[in-house]
Design a protein around this ligand. Structure first.
Ligand code: FAD
Ligand code: NAI
Length: 515
């Protein structure tokens, strides 16, 4: 019994070290603000429940702030395992975490969550306008909230380059519904192809699966699809052997963020399966209900190809709300095509009290990849920064209370600045928030390496040092890939569910029922 307890305790401590999550433990022992001070806490509105926002929230001492979270989805999604959901390697519920679980903190310090989409931000009056975009609507389906500090962590949208027909006909790979949609469509294509009297040409079309974009999303999906085909579909559908998977990439190679050795390995691996082809130097330029037009980027020749399933993974573009914020600030400062321009502290250029992290933002002087690794580190950094600033403010208040003269002054100061930005009024030594923030350590991104699943129990990894790059591929890397993402899953519940899914799909195969 003692050994088991020690083992679990050790695992728990290691887990906290790996995930930099001591705060969830130490938070319980923090001295809370007295009720009179609580009412004056800065209002923080967080947009989004993704990597950046949740990591910010988890670090934040919610007793020091009045926190509201707004997002159209009431859960956090563990995107690195999302592709597995398209084939049933993992069940989607295993990689979702209810956000309300993280709103519940120590007594009376709960954050408030509203499931809504933020439609617009007014950076001058410091208000956000939100809308209920879900099916069930009440008498109130729009509301406005004031903020002192707005954290924009809305991620990014699917890039379509304005190519006609993509939005209407392609499946994307970003949200939970996308994975359900893809899984359903793969099986629907097979069931429909199996109809008696289905013409040969139509069977070929239905079983022609096209993946557009040879970035990590497109490659991981092609690999998962191939696993599904080899391990499950070929055993159950007589027609599955006629499935053709084509990965289409506009550049001369796939996975261009990786080292050349990895690119060669993955290109060979994917094409070693009879069912999978890679078309490089080929851009999709048009999409219709049952066919795509592709253009060879060298010869400029165009050709038309029928498809049954089309999966679109050609990167990111700013969301509507991000563009709205950029426009309301002005194109003289907000002029980057990737998202909100921020400085070293994630302050949005040209706006007071707006901060942005993750895929929604870019520091043009130090651009980083749009990954969960980056967004989570940024969220944690910003949470810590806010805690430091708030702690300074509170220490200052305590000092003033101990010294009545200073306290009197503080009262005067408070009246004067009642309506001013709270941070400016409470940093005490009359330093503005802008100045206070400048004294804090800068964000430093620690790249832990890039990993990607490439099918048939193999993964690739790249670790860049200052002077050298280490690459690895194969089965051992696959177990490293699984272990890394397993430890990064946020809760024991998710880890248990994902382990069970992995075990279940390896013993019984993936479920091939639709719905
Ligand atoms: P997100 O995590 O996308 O969260 C955005 C949040 O904002 C969501 O909750 C969304 O609902 C909400 N939102 C959207 N619009 C609004 C609005 N108008 N108002 C309020 N809220 C809004 N990265 C890695 O490092 N490793 C990987 O292995 C990896 N695998 C990936 C696999 C796939 C299939 C995909 C799509 C991405 C993967 N990434 C990976 C990238 C990673 O998921 C993103 O970089 C990361 O999610 C960005 O975090 P974020 O917080 O900026 O945005
Ligand atoms: P991406 O931007 O990395 O790749 C998109 C690819 O699509 C590019 O290679 C581009 O040349 C190609 N493309 C664009 N338009 C095309 C067209 N019309 N026809 C054919 N090809 C076209 O985008 P992806 O893969 O969607 O990833 C988005 C973000 O998520 C990236 O930042 C990525 O690093 C991250 N991610 C990381 C993963 C990991 O670390 N394992 C896994 C999945 C995503």
């Amino acid at each position: 019994g003692g050994l088991v307890a020690a083992g679990l305790g050790g695992f728990w401590v290691i887990d906290m070290i790996v995930n930099d999550d001591f705060d969830s433990f130490t938070d319980k022992f923090r001295t809370r603000l007295p009720e009179s001070e609580r009412k004056k806490r800065p209002k923080i509105v967080i947009l989004g429940t993704g990597w950046g926002s949740l990591c910010f929230l988890r670090k934040l001492h919610t007793d020091l702030f009045d926190v509201t979270i707004i997002s159209p989805r009431n859960y956090f999604l563990f995107t690195p395992l999302l592709v597995g959901g398209t084939t049933g390697t993992v069940e989607v519920r295993s990689i979702m975490e209810p956000i309300r679980k993280y709103c519940k903190r120590a007594d009376a310090d709960d954050a408030t969550f509203y499931e809504a989409e933020c439609l617009s931000v007014d950076p001058v009056s410091k208000k956000v306008k939100c809308f209920d975009n879900s099916a069930v609507k009440g008498e109130v389906s729009e509301f406005e909230l004031e903020y002192d500090h707005l954290i924009v962590g809305v991620g990014a949208d699917n890039q379509t380059f304005g190519i006609p027909g993509v939005k209407e006909n392609a499946c994307f790979l970003k949200e939970i519904n996308d994975t359900r949609n893809i899984r359903d469509k793969i099986l629907d294509c097979l069931e429909t192809a199996s109809y008696p009297g289905q013409p040969e040409k139509e069977i070929d079309r239905l079983l022609n699966f096209v993946v557009v974009g040879g970035g990590p999303s497109g490659v991981e999906f092609t690999a998962e699809l191939n696993d599904f085909l080899q391990s499950d579909l070929l055993k159950t559908y007589p027609l599955a052997k006629r499935i053709n998977v084509t990965l289409v990439e506009a550049l001369p190679h796939i996975l261009t963020i990786f080292d050349k050795k990895i690119i060669d390995h993955v290109e060979k691996r994917l094409q070693s399966s009879n069912n999978t082809k890679i078309w490089t130097k080929t851009a999709v330029v048009g999409v219709r209900e049952k066919e795509i037009t592709v253009k060879n980027t060298s010869t400029k020749e165009e050709s038309v190809h029928p498809y049954g399933l089309l999966v679109w993974a050609t990167g990111n573009t700013p969301r509507k709300i991000t563009t709205q914020i950029m426009q309301s600030i002005g194109s003289d400062v907000q002029n980057n095509r990737r998202g909100l321009v921020v400085d070293d502290y994630f302050r949005v250029a040209g706006a007071d009290g707006i901060w942005s992290i993750g895929d929604a933002s870019i520091n043009p002087l130090k651009p980083l990849a749009q990954t969960a690794q980056v967004a989570s580190q940024q969220g944690r950094y910003l949470g810590r920064l806010f805690n430091q600033l708030a702690d300074e403010m509170n220490n200052d208040l305590i000092k003033k209370r101990e010294n009545p003269e200073a306290h009197k002054e503080q009262q005067k100061e408070k009246q004067q600045q009642e309506k001013a930005n709270l941070f400016n009024s409470i940093t005490g030594s009359n330093k503005s928030f802008e100045e206070a923030v400048k004294e804090k350590p800068l964000f430093r991104y620690k790249h832990m390496g890039t990993l990607a699943y490439v099918g048939d129990h193999q993964a690739v990894a790249e670790f860049k040092g200052d002077h050298s790059t280490t690459v690895s591929e194969g089965y051992i890397t696959y177990y490293l890939w699984r272990s890394v993402y397993f430890t990064k899953l946020l809760s024991f519940r998710n880890r248990a569910l994902v382990s069970f899914d992995w075990l279940k799909s390896s013993i019984f195969g993936r479920d091939i029922s639709r719905g």
